[in-house]
Design a protein around this ligand. Structure first.
Ligand SMILES: [Fe+2]
Ligand SMILES: [Fe+2]
Length: 269
């Protein structure tokens, strides 16, 4: 048996990850697993610092930290940068920080786990507009200071083109078949119906449909996800128990009834 502390979105908030690591120690969990929007922003200085700090704090606590990709993680850079795997087949990002890529399966305790990250950003247009403004400003600055070097292009720094699970990835996960006890995703399955949900725009549905297809095909006993920043538990028609987790306090500010205890869930595997 192994106890794992599953956690909702951490968004690069070191203090919150440190809090989760402390809870993991208290609860006897050797792993914290973050279900996306972890804060993989290694294209920025702050993002590199976040990973280094989490790695250091995890080592100090004697706990390992794993994550799957959410829509706000730079998954293209993650895939390009890291390929080495640990004994569970998780990608090693730092000594104590591991990534579970889409479609990855492994066993913890007596449970078969499957990770399927990705989700759609409903503020995509806003993020692209900010990227463009920054790129334009950099170009104007370079023009004013002719020897300042090539202006920086900010494309791919706020919105990540590979954010959604693809149809191909979904097909491959389903075709692989096999037993899955615990499905870990960032997005909710389409049939998930939490009492509070900000992600109701049409653009959110294709990714939710892909998660639903996986749930229908593999019938996991449990599914844990983040993204909605809302804690709820629901049993789907096929019997899968869905647990949605809320997020770090900084992003949770303004969510109705936010409690930090709702950002994690201890599961005996
Ligand atoms: Fe999030
Ligand atoms: Fe998200």
């Amino acid at each position: 048996m192994i106890r794992v502390l599953f956690a909702g979105d951490t968004h690069g908030q070191t203090a919150h990850v440190d809090h989760l690591l402390r809870v993991a120690v208290r609860e006897g969990c050797p792993w914290v697993f973050v279900v996306g929007d972890f804060g993989y922003w290694e294209h920025q200085h702050d993002g590199r610092l976040f990973l280094d700090k989490v790695d250091r704090r995890a080592r100090q606590h004697g706990v390992r930290c794993a994550f799957l990709d959410g829509n706000h993680d730079n998954v293209a850079l993650l895939r390009r940068t890291y390929q080495d795997r640990d004994d569970d087949g998780l990608i090693v990002v730092r000594d104590h920080v591991q990534y579970a890529p889409r479609g990855h399966r492994w066993t913890w305790g007596s449970s078969r786990l499957l990770a399927a990250g990705g989700a759609a950003s409903l503020d995509k247009d806003l993020r692209l507009a900010v990227e463009q403004r920054k790129t334009d400003r950099a170009a104007r600055r370079a023009l004013a200071h002719r020897n300042a070097g090539a202006p920086r292009d900010y494309a791919g720094t706020l919105w990540f083109p590979d954010e959604e699970l693809t149809d191909d990835e979904t097909d491959r996960i389903i075709a692989a078949g096999g037993r899955v006890d615990l499905l870990l995703t960032h997005d909710k399955p389409r049939d998930g119906a939490p009492s509070f949900n900000r992600k109701t725009a049409e653009a959110a549905y294709p990714n939710q449909d892909r998660i639903q297809r996986i749930v229908d095909a593999l019938a996991p006993a449990q599914l844990i996800h983040g993204h909605l920043h809302h804690r709820y538990t629901q049993t789907l028609a096929n019997g899968t128990v869905v647990d949605g987790l809320t997020c770090d306090p900084a992003a949770g500010h303004g969510e109705p009834g936010y409690r930090v205890e709702d950002s994690w869930l201890v599961v005996d595997l």
